[in-house]
Design a protein around this ligand. Structure first.
Ligand code: T5A
Length: 207
């Protein structure tokens, strides 16, 4: 069975975790070997980094960028790549597109710097498919607030920051039309899942 690396991207509260869980169950029922994982926090080391990134308030922008890169480096080498080599389908909640959207478009850090760090951290591993859950920023932030109760460090940033992030995902999707597929995330949960299954079926057949 051939491997497939699928990333889920989008703004806060876009529904990625919800859809990853449903996609995992569906693929498992179809008999595929599949794992779910996330960034930041997909490894033991990453869990500590996640805590620093989302709960501590004092990382400057470059320190934040380096922490996301460290998390990704550990994640790719110890979890994602080994599972892909074993033929698994890997469903990953956020990956390098999030760094471009949040740290470049959102924070304003240099794109070349981010691209270099992404290459170091991923060692060239790109997703086969990226599902971009596109949702109005205000709706997403409301949903995230309702589900978690207490907003994390990133969710507390200004609406303008989150609008820039959304613009980042839009531009990335325009540039990478062969890899990034837009999903209308304002639909209900079942409709979104059926859009995702339709897209994935063509990838599974194709492989
Ligand atoms: N980050 C990450 C960077 O800045 N740079 C990077 O390089 C990386 C990798 C991660 C933070 O780090 C930043 C981005 C983030 O700010 P996180 O906690 O993982 O933090 O944040 P999110 O990925 O945004 O996780 P959320 O849980 O907030 O959002 P999800 O997973 O997109 O949404 P989900 O599925 O949890 O749904 C949220 C709520 O909405 C409901 C759910 O039931 C839930 O209550 N919901 C719906 N309601 C109505 N209709 C639907 N269709 C719904 N779908 C879900």
């Amino acid at each position: 069975m051939s491997s497939l690396f699928v990333t889920f991207e989008g703004g806060e509260g876009a529904g990625k975790s919800t859809q990853i869980a449903l996609t995992y169950d569906w693929l498992l029922c179809l008999g595929y070997q599949v794992i779910t994982t996330r960034e930041p926090g997909g490894t033991e080391l990453g869990k500590g980094i996640r805590q620093l990134l989302l709960q501590s308030g004092d990382a400057v922008d470059r320190a934040e960028l380096l922490l996301f890169a460290a998390d990704r480096s550990q994640h790719v080498e110890t979890k994602i790549r080994p599972r892909l080599e074993q033929g698994f389908i890997v469903l990953c909640d956020r990956y390098s597109d999030s760094t471009i959207a949040y740290q470049h478009y959102g924070r304003g850090l240099d794109l070349d710097l981010i691209s270099s760090l992404n290459s170091i951290a991923t060692q060239g591993l790109k997703p086969d498919l990226t599902l971009w859950l596109d949702l109005d920023v205000n709706i997403g932030l409301d949903r995230a607030k309702q589900s978690s109760g207490k907003p994390d460090r990133m969710e507390r940033l200004s609406i303008e920051f989150h609008q820039r992030v959304a613009q980042g995902f839009r531009e990335l999707a325009e540039k990478e039309i062969d890899r990034i597929v837009r999903i209308n995330a304002s639909e209900n949960i079942d409709n979104i899942q059926s859009q995702i299954q339709t897209i994935l079926k063509s990838h599974l057949v194709y492989r």
